[in-house]
Ligand binder design. Structure first.
Ligand code: 5GP
Length: 184
């Protein structure tokens, strides 16, 4: 059973909350920290939430083939550092990627055994409410992310597993049975 879990789904759907909850019940979870060219939001810590890099630094990551996948999303680039993922998988950890659709497609091509899960919102209006209420994006950015969300949700048929994040505890009930058992 694959030890690589990919949580894919629209911005605001609550992938981060699911990973936080998963960490409480499994000590073998390692969440990949992505590189991004987006500016940090208030409270975001470099090296913890993301590696915040310049455009030139991101270009270099691509040129050196250091990224497992990368994509442009809402005007910024995001990518998964490859070496860390490989070494954590080798050490037996459950590696979690929290990524958008274009990157997910690249991972599926390279690692077809990946456990691919799309996280769905209970409805588009609920997603809009979550994006608006978290207050991290301005109204224009919320509109961009909602338009991207509709496109992402149309691709749900590409995923082996769909879970609905109406509440985090319900999402966990759907996710836990899909995971490989934790070795003690
Ligand atoms: P945000 O700006 O809200 O942090 O992230 C925007 C979108 O990019 C989210 O759907 C998030 O899951 C996705 N994302 C974060 N890191 C990566 C990454 O390394 N690769 C890809 N393809 N998407 C990512």
């Amino acid at each position: 059973m694959s030890k690589l879990l990919m949580l894919v789904g629209p911005s605001g759907v609550g992938k981060g909350s699911i990973v936080s909850e998963l960490r409480k019940v499994r000590s073998d979870v390692w969440l990949s920290v992505s590189a991004t060219t987006r500016e940090p939001r208030t409270g975001e810590v470099d090296g913890e939430h993301y590696f915040f890099v310049s455009q030139a630094e991101f270009d270099l990551l691509i040129a050196r083939n250091d990224l497992l996948e990368w994509a442009e999303y809402a005007g910024h680039r995001y990518g998964t550092p490859k070496q860390e993922v490989i070494s954590k998988l080798e050490s037996g950890l459950l590696v979690v990627l929290e990524i958008e659709l274009a990157g997910a497609r690249q991972v599926k091509k390279q690692m077809p055994e990946v456990l691919d899960v799309m996280v769905l919102p209970p409805s588009i209006s609920e997603l809009e409410a979550r994006l608006t209420n978290r207050g991290t994006e301005d109204p224009q950015e919320v509109r961009t992310r909602l338009a991207l969300a509709s496109m992402e949700l149309e691709a749900q048929g590409e995923f082996s597993h769909l879970i609905v994040n109406d509440t985090v505890s319900h999402a966990m009930e759907q996710l836990i049975p899909l995971l490989p058992p934790q070795k003690s």
